[in-house]
Design a protein around this ligand. Structure first.
Ligand SMILES: Cc1cc2nc3c(=O)[nH]c(=O)nc-3n(C[C@H](O)[C@H](O)[C@H](O)COP(=O)(O)OP(=O)(O)OC[C@H]3O[C@@H](n4cnc5c(N)ncnc54)[C@H](O)[C@@H]3O)c2cc1C
Length: 527
């Protein structure tokens, strides 16, 4: 008699932030979850600086208080020395509009990831560390298998209705089933180490990330607990070949000596770790999911660490994946194909938005163009994203952070037309590309309502979306419906913001909504 295989609703491959997030929530939703993690935690991992917006996701799985009380360093802002103008400038999370949290955290990932994985256990997921997944099969009707090896070398196979691939850059499932495409503009290399005794600014600024550039790339300076500082640089990957002789350690120290703002902070500091080197190429897979599996975090896509977005994207996609899989497994009436389409669209939209910001910052560096690194990255015209689309997505996301952007725009080397448009938007002289805020606007003709999905608690439910004239899908919310109804009579953007605010909408939120709707072309100048 063959041995009966253990049955799970979901097997999660990998216990990093993406795996812990999806595993915890699926256990909360009543699913039988097995998380398989190859390493024994705490294990080392790079990616130590978190965004302030990640706090909301940590709260969703009940760990925010722990993080707050565990003494992690708080990051109130980021100090930049970017481009040829070497005067430092700092942006603060508190200046961003409509953001509930004023700071992010700097975390040692070994401990942070362990906290998240232990939390998944507390929420009812079965977690096995030192269990490496070696194989899987995807069954016809979600009846799949996963094979793994424990520390004793014994191989076990379990049956599962669904697989979450959160195995990080290795992408166990995605690599086998899908096409990976590399971003030709972001083929970078990261070289880093740890220091003690590095000089930090006083007061609330002491936990800030510091990002100075130099002629061949840029540095991160991330303050951690116990006076440790993570100091790494991002350079073109071809330096590996060029520095074969002297080695990466000599190259790291040489680059450090060529970045005076950083070298000054390290006078009297001690390097306390080896040199780490990692390929840092941005990529995404052509599909993130299929019937029976879904990929989260780095197993689906990865962006250059310039904006410290990796953990945020892993936890966000972990949340989206949990709701998507829960909807499919509970057969709520939404088809698996529709649910997976929702997941892919939502994750790709966030990925593209953040990637556009990375391009924008690289493109506007304004440094000497005979530097290979900066020259190769100072392009707006990138494949997959038409420049105007990148621009719209940048502005839609940037509007809430306009004080941030307006401050840094002053220092960037962007085409003057682009600069004027952005400045007008930030100054309130325009609410969209080329649209005067005092000009009457009306809903665009031929707006197309489509059946879509939206997150409602632990499920995706039918909802409506609007497809914009440029093909972007925007969820229909009460606020959007209210705005479109108000605009029927041809009011200016300024009047629309006033009316929404008088009706009880927060003024910043009203301004942000009007701006977004005009930028997407849902409202257009009246004839
Ligand atoms: C140089 C560099 C700097 C970065 N800096 C930042 C930063 O400052 N801030 C930030 O937010 N992000 C940063 N990132 C990105 C960040 O590290 C990742 O995006 C993030 O860790 C992704 O989380 P994940 O859960 O998808 O994958 P991971 O955190 O990589 O977790 C995957 C887990 O899967 C396990 N695993 C793999 N294969 C198997 C298998 N076969 N069986 C079982 N388990 C398996 C691994 O052991 C691992 O624990 C940086 C990345 C790089 C390269």
């Amino acid at each position: 008699m063959p041995e009966e295989l253990a049955n799970y609703d979901v097997v999660v491959i990998g216990g990093g932030p993406g795996g812990s997030m999806s595993g915890t929530l699926l256990a909360d939703y009543g699913k039988r979850v097995l998380i398989l993690e190859a390493e024994k935690f705490p294990r080392y991992h790079i990616g130590e600086s978190l965004l302030s917006g990640t706090a909301e996701l940590m709260q969703r799985i009940g760990v925010l208080d722990r993080i707050e009380n565990d003494g992690y360093i708080k990051k109130h802002g980021v100090e930049w020395v970017w481009g040829e103008n070497r005067e430092p400038w700092t942006v603060y999370f508190k200046d961003a509009l409509a953001m509930p949290y004023d700071y992010g955290y700097q975390v040692e990932r070994g401990e942070f990831d362990k906290l998240l994985l232990d939390n998944a256990r507390t929420h009812g997921a079965e977690v096995r560390e030192e269990h490496r997944v070696t194989d899987f099969t995807i069954g016809e009707d979600g009846d799949s298998t996963v094979t793994f090896q424990g520390p004793d070398g014994v191989s076990t196979t379990v049956r599962t209705r669904w697989i979450v691939d959160s195995s990080g850059q290795g992408g166990l499932v995605t690599k086998r089933l899908h096409e990976q495409s590399w971003d030709p503009y972001l083929k970078n290399l990261a070289v880093w180490s740890y220091w003690t005794g590095a000089e930090r600014p006083p007061g609330l600024d002491s936990g800030n990330t510091f990002l100075p550039t130099f002629d061949e790339g840029w540095w991160w300076f991330i303050p951690l607990r116990e006076d440790r500082t993570s100091i790494g640089m991002v350079v073109d990957s071809k330096v590996v070949h060029e520095n074969r002789g002297a080695g990466m350690e000599a190259y790291y120290l040489d680059c450090l000596s060529r970045t005076p703002e950083l070298a000054k902070r390290l006078e009297g500091a001690q390097r306390v770790d080896k040199i780490h080197v990692a390929r840092d190429w941005s990529y995404s897979y052509d599909r993130f999911s299929g019937d029976g599996y879904i990929a989260v975090g780095d197993a689906a896509c990865f962006i250059d660490p310039l904006f410290s977005t990796g953990v945020h994207l892993a936890m966000l996609s972990g949340f989206l994946a949990a709701v998507t899989v829960n909807t499919i497994l509970d057969q709520t009436g939404v088809t698996a194909a529709d649910a997976l389409r929702f997941y892919e669209t939502a994750y790709r939209k966030e990925f593209a938005r953040l990637r556009a910001q990375v391009y924008f910052l690289y493109g506007g560096h304004g440094s000497t163009k005979d530097s290979y690194f900066w020259h190769a990255r100072s392009q707006f015209d990138v494949p997959d994203i038409a420049p105007e689309k990148a621009f719209i997505s940048l502005i839609a996301g940037a509007f809430q952070h306009r004080s941030w952007y307006s401050r840094y725009l002053k220092r960037l080397d962007v085409p003057s037309e682009l600069r004027d448009t952005i400045e007008q938007i930030f100054d309130g002289k325009s609410t969209g590309i080329g649209v005067d805020p005092h000009q009457a606007v009306v809903p665009a003709t031929g707006l197309n309502y489509v059946d879509d999905l939206a997150i409602d608690g632990s499920y995706l439910r039918p909802a409506r979306s609007l497809v914009t004239p440029s093909g972007v899908t925007v969820p229909v919310t009460t606020g959007l419906e209210q705005l479109l109804a108000l605009a029927e009579q041809g009011r200016s953007s300024v009047e629309l913001v006033d009316e929404l605010a008088t009706g009880g909408t927060d003024r910043d939120a009203a301004q942000s909504l009007v701006h977004e709707v005009v930028s997407y072309g849902l409202l257009q100048p009246a004839e």
